[in-house]
Design a protein around this ligand. Sequence first.
Ligand code: BGC
Length: 713
Amino acid sequence: MNIQSLLSTLTIEEKAGQLLQLAPFFFIKDLKVEVAGALRALDLSEADIFLAGSVLGIHDAKEMIAVQKKYLQRSRHKIPLMFMADVIHGYETIFPIPIALASSFHPDLAKKAARIAALEAQTAGIHVTFAPMVDVSRDPRWGRVMEGFGEDAYLASCFSRASVEGFQHDGIGKEGNLAACVKHFAAYGAPEAGRDYNTVDMSMHTFYNHYAPPYQAGIKAGAHLVMTAFNTFNGIPATVHQGLLRDILRGQMGFDGVVITDYDALQQVITHGVASELKDVARLAIEAGVDIEMASTAYFRYLKTLIDEGVIPLALLDEAVLRILTLKEKLGLFDNPFKGADALKATQRVRHPDHLATSERIARECTVLLKNDHQVLPLDKTRSIALIGPYVNESSTNGNWSWHGDHRLNETLHHAFARKGHDIVMAKTGNQATDYDRQDIDTLKQADVIIVCAGEQARQSGEARSRTRLDLPDGQETLIKMAKATGKPVVVLLFCGRPLVLKEILKADAVMLCWFLGSRAASAIVDLVNGTFNPSGRLPMTFPQNEGQIPIYYNHLNTGRPYRDERNEYVSKYLDVSNDPQLSFGHGLSYARFNYEDMRLDKEVMAINETLTITVTVTNDSQQAGHEVIQLYIRDLVSLPVRPVKELKGFQKVWFDPAETKSIVFELKAKDLSAFDQHGKPQIEPGTFDVFVGGGSNTTLSRRFVLKDVGIK
Ligand code: BGC
């Protein structure tokens, strides 16, 4: 297909149509597709609809084929529609939510999950997924932290890359692969006060060093689309921010794919107060380099007038259409407009036993053992258990953003404990202590161990799910008090989509953070509880002591008055709580015990063109085999601008047999020691650095070296 010559045959109306994205409902009115308010209000004629370029949210092959067929019959130019949907952590086979995937510290798992999600989703005729969401966030009040990869730019970049590689696999032209859309550009994860859609205001230095890298990583991995963010960025809505989209995204980051707005975002530019009419929004957006408008009609209604009036050149529209047609061409839609859509294949492929088994394998690596006093866990199957709490008989463990996953097909914890041969003396659902009577308490006392299955509901995290209080909802903390009062060991299995305030929860003897692990959550969790597998997840976000500490993150600056000891009054501290987090980034226990010793650098002075080799000896000092996540951090001691007290620069997830010792090697190059200036240029500052290695960001095992800006004589 010669895209350029196709472009030259299109009228301005047809070109503007390519930029419009609509729900399938518009094409076939009797399809039972839910249309949200903003879409319903679009007021489009039938002729308008058959000019649109892409479709948002398709659910099955038959529907896709019907829409595409009708469109190709009715549209003059016969350019196939492109179908997009939110395939975030699985399609029908659901994988752990992204923050849980990040907890695995094993990016390859995210790649596997994305690959399977793509294979399943494509059978419904989906070509593009609105994923991965790679917005870094330092604020657990923000409900969408469940959908991202945590607070650290390096870790999130690894997962961003892996997800894009998984979705796109060996090329978006091939059947079974989806085009990835990195979102939300930019800095959507930093809304003030953690309130979704709220203002974002940060220094460019912070942006380039802590928020931009995961977008860049996804783009470098070949993502074909980028979605803009709802928020303002330095006073301008990101959706029409020319500096952000043209200069940074396309210029500095080298992105040459399709930019799509978020849902209804062009309309919202008026609400932001940047323009008073949609015509002006259309001008701002096309000048900023936005290609597709999702669920609004600014382009569709006004681009022609703007061009006719000479306000914008036709070339701006052509540029956008060219990018969209090129994407359709790369997807292979001109050769096969129905690409992927196959109802029979769908029945064979979705929720395939291999996919579910992979989901379970992945889930096993995503829980984080937060606490395990007196080695309550692992729990021998001969020890009797009592199960209490809202998640005992609950199957909704898919988490938010899992539209196509039917949680009713998931096993419950109660069922999984029984199926795997545990001795259950009681299994009773209840939110709080008052849901349990005297007789229940007597039964609890008969159990060897009480397991409290507690947490947020799946719909308490996700889009528009911000919270100011991060404790357990519905009075669930009373369950822990009640269980502790029996004198029996208490284990909490904690479901949530964000870091919570754990003070009461940590009064239990053991706490396993289960996030929302997807289709096979229960089976994976029970196997971890009984030691069939050893937990190996680590925290991708800091857990605060209370909400007042937020934002709290491990890679903070030192300040001029850091807190060192309590005798000093005028230092950076609170009067009522220490600066320490409840649990730090990178934390996570194992049934094994790992010792670190003999950390060595191969040189004390490193020239700018040299590689520094760091070696450490790690020993599994236990009889349990398992993974350890060995983390490497640096600190640049003198730098302008100032650098954080620690920065993650590497990690390795390594398997250890019982009592095994391994020599672990990391390498650092000068570019790994660099930071971005406020213009986004990497700067390498020679000087003294500390390098830390350990099992979490609070490690103190370190060595010092000097980076010289010349070759060593
Ligand atoms: C979300 C996006 C999503 C889009 C389409 C928006 O509300 O912010 O992340 O891709 O809806 O469903």
